[in-house]
Design a protein around this ligand. Sequence first.
Ligand code: GLU
Length: 465
Amino acid sequence: MCGIVGYVGPREALPLLMGGLRRLEYRGYDSAGVAVQENGTLEILRAEGKLDNLAAIVTKHPTPGHTGIGHTRWATHGRPSEQNAHPHVDCGGVTAVIHNGIIENFEMLKAPLVAKGHRFTSETDTEVAVHLLEDELAQGSTLDEAALAVLPRLEGAAALAFISAKDPGKIVAARISNAGGVIVGYGEGENFLASDAPALLEHTRRVSFLDHGEVAIITKDSVSFRAITGEKIDKKIETITWDPIAAAKSGYKHFLLKEINEQPRAISDTLLGRVERSSGRVVFDDNLKMDDAFVRGIPRISFVACGTASYAALVGKYLIERLARIPCDVEIASEYRYRQPAVTKGQLVVAVTQSGETVDTLAAMEEAKKQGARLLSVVNVVGSQASRVSDDVIYLHAGPEISVASTKAYAAMLVDLYLFAIFLGQRRGTTCRRSLMRCSERSRRSARSPTATTRRATSSSSVAG
Ligand code: GLU
C-alpha cells in the first residue's frame, strides 16, 4: 500500500533511504521508519506522522551504515503509531522487516511463536514474519534461506524486505500476490530496492520488476532471484526511459490513463483487511468508532457530496437501503446548508469526498454537525479537513488521484460504500439470507400488484415513445 526503499553499497544508507522515501511521499502514509545495518548491529529509527518527523529523528541520530531499508506505512492492523511503524525487529533486535499489504494468517502463525516465548512489540500483522525468520536464522540459515523457508507460510498480499546483522550487507525482498510493486535497481558496486520507480530514478534506470511469488537477494555486487518455492530464476533487466514526471505517471501518457489502470489495485487496497476471512464480517479500522448500539439506532442517513462523489453516494443509498434497511437521502452538498435541513436525533450524515477539502461538502458537514448529526467521511486523503472534523472516517486507500475526471477514487468509493452497507446490515441483522429473501419476496409481490404493473407499463411506453 505504501512505500518501500532499500540500499546496499559503499555509500551511507540513511540519506539515500530518506531521499527515496521523500520521492514516495505522494503516496500518503501515517508513519515511517528506517533500519540501518553495520558491523553486526542494527539500528531502527521510526516516527508517527509525516516524514518530517522521521527526518527530525534522523538529524538527531545520523546512524552510519551501508545497508538499510525504509518504509512508509498505511496501517491495516494496529493504530498508526510509532510502536506500529515499520521496520519491525525480532526479539534480539538483529533482524528487521518492512512490509506492504496484509499477512492474512498472522494470528495462526503468531500463537505458536508466543507460546515459544517470542516477544511481540507491535499490533501489526507484519511482525510475525520477523519472528519466524528469527527461528530459521537460529538454525544457522542465511537470510535468503530463512526467507525462503518463511515466505511460503505467509498468506495474503505482501511486498516484503528483510535485513539482518546476522547476514550483513544483504537485502532479501519478495512479492506475494499484489500489494504493490517490488523493483530492484542496479547500480555500479551498489544496488537499490523500491516499491515504485520514482524512488530509484535518481540513481539508476536499470531495473527488474518482481512478479508474484518471486524473491530477490541483493548485495552490493550481485542480485539473484529465486521463486518462492526455491528454484533459481532469471529476470530481465529493463531500462526505464521515463523522466521523473513520467515516472510519477508510471510511463502512461497522462494521469487519467494511469489512474484508470490503477483501478484494480485501488479496489484490492480498499478491500484489504476489511473482510474477516473466517466469518465474512466486515470490519473497519479504529477510524470508524461508532459502536453497535449506535448502528442499531440510526433512524436515517443523509449523504452530502458534490460531483462524482454524489453519484457514488446514490449507489450507497441503494445499497444501504437494501442491505441495512435504513432510509437514506443524497443531498448535493452545495445546496444543503442553504435549505435549512432538519436533522433528526441519532442521524448519520455521510460526506463522500476524494480530497476531503471540497468546500461545499465541508460547509454541509458543518451545518449537519451544528444540528447534532454524527459525521462520517468516506475520503481518500489522510488527514484532510473532512477526516479531521468527522466522528468516523473510512479511508478509500485509492492512492493519490491527480486527474480531474475521477476514476479509481470513484471505484474505491463504491467498494467502501458497499462494505459500509454490509457492515451496517450485519450489525442490524438485515443481511442474513432470510431477511434478504423476505425483501425480494416483497418486491416480487409488489411487482405483481396492479399499481406496479401500470407503473411499469407507463414507463416502458414512455421509453418506447
Ligand atoms: N499490514 C501492515 C501494517 O498494518 C502493512 C501496512 C502497509 O501496507 O503499509 O502495518
